[in-house]
Design a protein around this ligand. Structure first.
Ligand code: TYM
Length: 349
């Protein structure tokens, strides 16, 4: 059976981007593949979280996974740092990863610009990636080798498919590069080349409510699975719009196209058609569109939110899920690492 693996960083509550880009798909496929889903707590360390928050954030993602329908009877659910084999593979793959290619990774460049903007208290569009004035700014080696750690997560279980959102496409490509490079370097066939799992509709990018870009934790433009109906409605009603279509069939500005992208994710097809028709004949009222969108987002989020607290507070359940997950994930990763060590040439005396 094909192996599927994916994870989400433990850097705060999950938003609709995480849900539609990743988690909803995890839930859909857990019956059909051998699935590994984990909480990427090591990846979260690039921003140096306070030790108290570090563990609390893992608990949050775990609770939101389970409340969204991930089932430990069907999928292996584990915490990344519980599986030391991943860190060992990370060391070995770092030896096959080159500085130049890592520096070209888009997410690295974006994070560098973001870190500089924050440190200098300047808007992002005034920041260049290329100036080398980064003294005292937290651009650590973990940030640079982030894609290597991600490849280690994927390759540790010799995964065939990885369900992720569009923003992770380049990282996944790098995991393929490292799989090939390892096999070629050591003359073996240990790693399959992992592929994205996109359900035929392409990888998705959920936009934010601020008119451009993607919904993201650091962008402050998200709707979260833990948000109540009032908060969601307030956020949607405040979403950026323009002054309306200028004529029949006029091109849609990005901020309105984003609202339609969200509508397509949460509403029935005839609702989407109705508002598209209203846009085309210029009779659209953005207030009505937003009201409908808010209602349909609330209906999507409510059943998940209502479960999160009880899961979060169930110590025994969380202990059992992570304990069983750790055991199964370590069993799988240690099989891979035994092959890897042999290929690299480790031998015991
Ligand atoms: P993270 O935590 O940034 O995001 C987790 C998942 O959510 C998806 N996502 C989105 N999808 C669509 N639209 C958005 N606006 C949006 N925002 C986030 C991401 O594509 C991702 O699937 N590096 C990964 C975590 C990771 C991982 C792995 C994933 C670590 N190791 C191994 C797969 C396999 C990350 O940063 O995800």
């Amino acid at each position: 059976m094909d192996i599927v693996l994916s994870g989400i960083r433990s850097t705060g509550h999950l938003h609709l981007g995480n849900y539609f880009g990743a988690l909803r798909n995890f839930v859909k496929i857990q019956d059909s593949y051998r699935c590994f889903f984990f909480i990427a707590d090591l990846h979260s360390l690039t921003t140096h979280p306070h030790p108290d928050d570090f563990h609390a954030n893992v608990r949050i993602i775990l609770s939101e996974y389970l409340a969204s329908g991930l089932d430990p009877e069907k999928a292996v659910i584990f915490v990344q740092s519980d599986v030391p084999e991943i860190s060992e593979l990370y060391v070995l793959l770092n030896m096959l990863s080159y500085k130049g290619e890592l520096e070209r990774t888009t997410s690295f460049k974006d994070k560098v610009r973001l870190a500089k903007a924050k440190a200098r208290n300047k808007p992002l569009n005034e920041i260049s990636y290329d100036d080398h004035d980064d003294e005292g700014i937290n651009i650590n080696a973990g940030l640079l080798t982030y894609p290597v750690l991600m490849a280690s997560d994927i390759l540790a279980h010799r995964s065939n498919f990885v369900p992720v959102g569009k923003d992770q496409e380049q990282h996944l490509e790098y995991a393929r590069v490292l799989a090939r490079r390892f096999n070629n370097t050591y003359g073996c066939d240990i790693f399959p080349e992992p592929r994205a799992l996109d359900f035929g509709s392409g990888l998705i990018r959920v936009p934010g409510l601020d008119g451009s870009g993607k919904m993201g934790k650091s962008q402050g433009n998200g709707i979260y699975l833990c948000d109540d109906d009032r908060t969601i409605t307030k956020k949607v009603m405040k979403a950026l719009t323009d002054s309306g279509p200028v004529g029949p069939d006029s091109p849609m500005p990005e901020c309105i196209a984003n609202l339609f992208t969200l509508l397509e994710l949460v509403s029935a097809p005839d609702t989407v058609d109705y508002f598209r028709g209203k846009w085309r004949d210029c009779s659209i009222r953005y207030g009505d569109l937003k009201k409908q969108l808010a209602e349909d987002i609330c209906n999507t989020v409510r059943p998940i939110r209502e479960k999160i607290d009880s899961v979060y507070n169930d110590d025994a359940y969380l202990h059992r899920v992570t304990g069983e997950g750790r055991e199964k994930a370590r069993a799988s990763a240690s099989e891979t690492l035994a092959l890897v060590r042999k290929a690299v040439g480790f031998k015991s005396f």
